[in-house]
Design a protein around this ligand. Structure first.
Ligand SMILES: Nc1nc2c(ncn2[C@@H]2O[C@H](COP(=O)(O)OP(=O)(O)OP(=O)(O)O)[C@@H](O)[C@H]2O)c(=O)[nH]1
Length: 429
């Protein structure tokens, strides 16, 4: 059998090439611009859809589109001029998408030194190219996410070395960019520690998470010395094959959100007119105090206070006069109380007072003083000035009480008794 170099028989070349496991083709060089396809093997036929029988002996320009022919001829010419093997990547538009190839061209040189033939072998690199494209896409996605994220983001590798971070991370933690550029984790942690209310807790927690990449963290609160509150989310980075690559940390400044939430909670528990607690806040505190009193065997008392003849006040001085009376009443009582007492407007002209750690005697004394203080109030409004009085019912927690409603109910009944007895007085039950 002739060697590949010598054979001029396209059929023979075809059968020799078929022994090769990869796509192969032979080009006869007839001039700087004239390249004739001598043979392609079966693998090449399968991959390109071209057929040796149709193409063998024909010029490249006749087989390929003008554009593709010019493209391949650039590489052929390069190989001929260099008189040495060359590699190049090319893409092919096939019915099921673009495929990518790495081709190796080997020149065959005759005795006079002229390149008369090229042997090309190609293997597909579509998978590699697609992976590269995917990696580029994912990296651009990550860059965009890092840059635009409202969260401060830090990524560390499995050895806890700094890998990525974003601008927001530097802003939140006041870390100079050069510290991160130098990947100086120790210095960065020092800067972070100095800003924390509880640096030891912070460091213990991140050490624990560094050791346990499988642990996730959600909504972990971090309090800063300057009053800011951060929320941290963190999780290990694991690929689909199960390899752990490190950990990603998200830091979110929730100071403003917390402030608004706190304000809303406070509003939902405050009576707008008198600016004292409302029924909901009172009932919550009463339930808490009931549990505490039960656990530690401590006493508490409840007072129900109702302004007398309030309908008459409204009728005579209008709603504005009534409101002024409610405000004056609240303002008068508030300074008479301890910090731990809960004073609330239960609705209308009805108020409640919870006195933790107080027995009945103490509560009765306070109730009497409240009654006197109310009777001394002079309410001023546009329609004139007037005085008010209040009736008060008092009750202490009893050992047999099964829930916090019981002393409250008794205080309410005592209030009814005080009203029945002529108002402007205190009764207990
Ligand atoms: N101005 C004003 N009046 C209110 C408010 N809430 C309830 N009231 C009025 O308070 C009055 C309560 O009247 P009643 O429950 O009949 O009791 P009272 O007139 O105080 O009589 P006694 O409690 O029996 O002494 C009603 O006229 C209500 O309209 C409020 O927020 N502002």
């Amino acid at each position: 059998m002739h060697g590949l170099l010598e054979s001029r028989d396209y059929a023979e070349l075809h059968s020799i090439l078929n022994y090769l496991g990869i796509a192969a083709f032979v080009i006869d060089v007839e001039g700087d611009d004239v390249y004739r396809l001598a043979a392609i093997n079966e693998r090449h036929e399968q991959l390109t859809g071209m057929r040796h029988a149709d193409c063998a002996g024909r010029r490249i320009d006749e087989i390929l589109s003008l554009e593709v022919a010019e493209q391949v001829k650039i590489n052929y010419r390069r190989c001929v001029h260099q008189r040495a093997p060359i590699d190049y990547d090319e893409s092919l538009e096939l019915p099921n998408g673009t495929s990518y190839w790495r081709t190796n061209l080997v020149p065959y040189i005759d005795a006079s030194g002229r390149v008369f033939r090229l042997l090309g072998t190609s293997f597909e690199i579509s998978r590699t190219v697609h992976l590269e494209q995917k990696a580029r896409y994912q990296s651009s996605l990550l860059d965009a996410y890092l840059e635009e994220s409202p969260d401060g983001i830090l990524v560390v590798d499995a050895d806890n070395h700094i890998k990525n971070w974003n601008r927001r991370f530097l802003e939140i933690w006041n870390i100079p960019a050069d510290v991160m550029d130098a990947r100086d984790g120790a210095r960065a942690l020092e800067i972070v520690r100095a800003q924390l209310r509880d640096p030891d807790e912070f460091v213990d927690r991140i050490r624990e998470l560094y050791q346990r990449l499988d642990q996730e963290e959600k909504e972990h609160r971090i309090r800063m010395r300057d009053g800011r509150i951060l929320e941290r989310y963190s999780r290990g980075l694991r690929d689909r094959e199960g390899t752990w690559w490190g950990r990603i940390w998200f830091y979110r400044d929730i100071t403003e959100q917390e402030r608004i939430t706190e304000k809303l909670v406070q509003l939902s528990r405050t009576d707008m007119l008198t600016d004292i607690a409302n029924r909901r806040a009172f009932m919550d505190t009463l339930a808490e105090e009931y549990q505490r009193a039960r656990r530690y065997g401590h006493p508490f008392t409840v007072l129900m206070i109702d302004l007398d003849h309030f309908k008459a006040v409204n009728d005579r001085y209008g709603h504005e006069g009534g409101d002024a009376a409610l405000k004056a009443f609240s303002q008068t009582i508030k300074p008479m109380l301890r910090h731990t007492d809960q004073f609330a407007r239960m609705g209308g002209e009805e108020f409640a007072l919870l006195l933790p750690e107080s027995g009945l005697d103490e509560a009765m004394q306070l109730a009497e003083r409240i009654g006197q203080a109310v009777a001394a109030i002079e309410v001023n409004c546009r329609r004139g000035s007037f005085g008010i009085t209040a009736s008060i019912g008092v009750s202490a927690l009893q050992p047999q009480d099964a829930d916090p409603e019981e002393p409250l109910g008794r205080a309410d009944r005592a209030l009814y008794t005080a009203k029945e007895a002529g108002r402007n007085r205190v009764a207990c039950n």
